[in-house]
Design a protein around this ligand. Structure first.
Ligand SMILES: [Zn+2]
Length: 213
């Protein structure tokens, strides 16, 4: 079974992907990771991507899609089934992916859409605090440390990532709404979209998903 995860930042995609991988044996396809692999292995398309990066340019969608396709076509990945997380992010990428898939026997079974309210997202992300010592995550709203600003596990100081500051979270949400949200309709029209309530606790979201898959 092959799955794409879509949803705003903070909807729980990462945690959910981890669970599905751990419990169901899916292969995780993260574009960042496979791009690094392609660069390290100096594959043809990896070298092409490197040219753009060396010039300080974004790797074009068409090249990223080819790197993703190379990975999806691997026997082991096909056997395990994959979870694509963080790709496609735009309609253009989705169309390129469909085009790439059409010449293979690989099919997308579900697009899992985690729908979460802005309130939930801002609480989850802007409330997140990370331990400088051991990297453990806390949340000042939902998972408070026993002592303010200190890690329960190792006693080190907690900090907030720049990415999680409220202003930045709002910008990330704007980018998501503009470029990624149109994907929801795109996949709905294809009849493979399944929507889940990302405002729920992750355990409940996971059970909801298990009822559908
Ligand atoms: Zn710690």
């Amino acid at each position: 079974m092959n799955i794409i995860l879509v949803g705003p930042p903070g909807a729980g995609k990462g945690t959910l992907a981890e669970r599905l991988i751990e419990n169901k044996g899916f292969a995780h396809i993260s574009t960042g990771q496979i791009l690094r692999e392609a660069l390290a292995n100096k594959t043809k398309v990896g070298l092409e991507a490197k040219e753009y990066m060396d010039r300080g340019e974004l790797v074009p969608d068409e090249v990223v899609t080819r790197i993703v396709m190379e990975k999806l076509k691997e026997k082991e990945i096909q056997k395990a089934g994959f979870i694509l997380d963080g790709f496609p992010r735009t309609i253009n990428q989705a169309e390129l992916l469909d085009k790439g898939l059409s010449s293979t026997s690989v099919r997308l079974d579900y697009v899992i859409y985690l729908e979460a309210s802005e309130k939930t997202i801002i609480r989850r992300l802007s409330g997140r605090r990370i331990c400088r010592g051991c990297g453990k995550n806390f949340n000042i709203y939902t998972m408070q440390p026993k002592k303010e600003s200190l890690c329960d596990a190792c006693g080190s100081e907690l900090y907030q990532r720049d990415d999680d500051k409220e202003e930045t979270v709002k910008n990330r949400l704007d980018v998501y709404k503009e470029s990624t949200e149109p994907l929801i309709d795109y996949y709905r029209k294809k009849g493979i979209l399944e929507t889940f309530d990302g405002d729920k606790q992750i355990d409940d979201i996971y059970s909801d998903i298990m009822r559908v898959l």
